[in-house]
Design a protein around this ligand. Structure first.
Ligand code: SF4
Length: 322
């Protein structure tokens, strides 16, 4: 086992609304080793994005973290004063968002934005930081990087903007990168290239990645471990090979069964019936029970714990309680 970098313990995030508090992240435990890749998967609305924002202390009102810790090398990011948290986010941990246009500042040049981490967190001069930014833009495959330094985000394509985001996020070789659906907004033809680029650069820098995605194909290609979320809870955790051999939780089984497979061309796809429940009105017990084909007596009354299984897997399901 590699050296532990991130340990999330009991993380809980609630959003206050007119109908009362809604729990978006419910007691999540996760671990990520140095240089490893952990994929967090699940349908839209399952809490993946709120989880990633919560880990870095980026949830803003009406959301609030109500319990839990996010330990980076043993230090709880969430217990630090905001100034120290900002330093960690600048130097040791970065985040790539799914829509780069919302994360890039439209009125600052590309050069100023990509060079900022070096100027602010590493004390580089403007000239040094711009030279490093130009080199980094070249590494992420942006054409004519010198000319781009003086350009603005709106002059770039979606794929080029995401390359700029990757350059910014990896400028200081962070120990942790949280990538939230980093290729979702892109044309399918460039998604693979951008993902590969991000992984190659992160690997070179020894950066561990928490990859938030709904794409199980991406998980199979990139991750060491997978955590499946449903309605704010982690319902399965497993090494990636064991997961694809046979997921243990009925929701994870449903996700896999709804995917087309190249090794089974004639197979009928079976989508999971129903929809993800509203966070303001979650079903009691196992939140998946109204959609689960295996639901039985305790499921609608009692919340199952995460149960340890063989091969390093864990599943939150009464079927595995013995
Ligand atoms: Fe289905 Fe019950 Fe398992 Fe939930 S606990 S996934 S309802 S069998």
């Amino acid at each position: 086992m590699g050296q532990r970098l991130l340990e999330v313990q009991g993380l809980t995030t609630v959003f206050d609304g007119p109908a009362g508090p809604a729990t978006a992240v419910d007691g999540v435990d996760l671990t990520l080793d140095r240089g490893g890749v952990l994929a967090v998967v699940g349908e839209s609305g399952c809490g993946k994005t709120v989880l990633s924002l919560s880990i870095l202390g980026l949830v803003s009102p009406p959301g609030r973290v109500t319990a839990g810790r996010a330990l980076l090398d043993g230090v709880d990011i969430l217990a630090l004063p905001e100034g120290e948290r900002r330093t960690i986010r600048g130097r040791r941990a970065s985040m790539i968002f799914q829509e780069p246009m919302t994360a890039l500042n439209p009125v600052l040049t590309i050069g100023d934005q990509v060079s900022e981490p070096l100027r602010v967190h590493a004390g580089a001069s403007r000239a040094e930081a711009l030279a490093a930014a130009e080199a980094m833009l070249g590494r992420v495959g942006l054409p004519e990087p010198h000319r781009r330094l003086a350009g603005y985000p709106h002059e770039l394509s979606g794929g080029q903007r995401q390359r700029v985001m990757i350059a910014m996020a990896l400028m200081l070789s962070p120990e942790l990168l949280i990538a939230d659906e980093p290729t979702t907004a892109l044309d399918v033809t460039v998604q693979g290239q951008i993902l590969e680029l991000m992984l190659d650069l992160a690997r070179d820098a020894g950066t561990a990645i928490l990859l938030v995605t709904h794409n199980l194909g991406v998980v199979a290609q990139t991750a060491d471990d997978v955590a499946v979320m449903y309605a704010g809870r982690v319902v399965e955790r497993a090494p990636v090979a064991a997961f694809f051999q046979g997921p243990a939780h009925p929701y994870a089984q449903g996700l896999l069964a709804s995917l087309p497979r190249v090794d089974a061309p004639g197979r009928r796809l079976s989508p999971i019936p129903g929809t993800v429940p509203s966070l303001a009105a979650l079903p009691a017990g196992c939140h998946f029970h109204p959609r689960c084909p295996h639901a039985f007596e305790p499921c609608s009354r009692q919340t199952p714990p995460l149960i340890a299984l063989s091969g390093g897997r864990q599943a939150r399901c009464w079927l595995h309680a013995s």
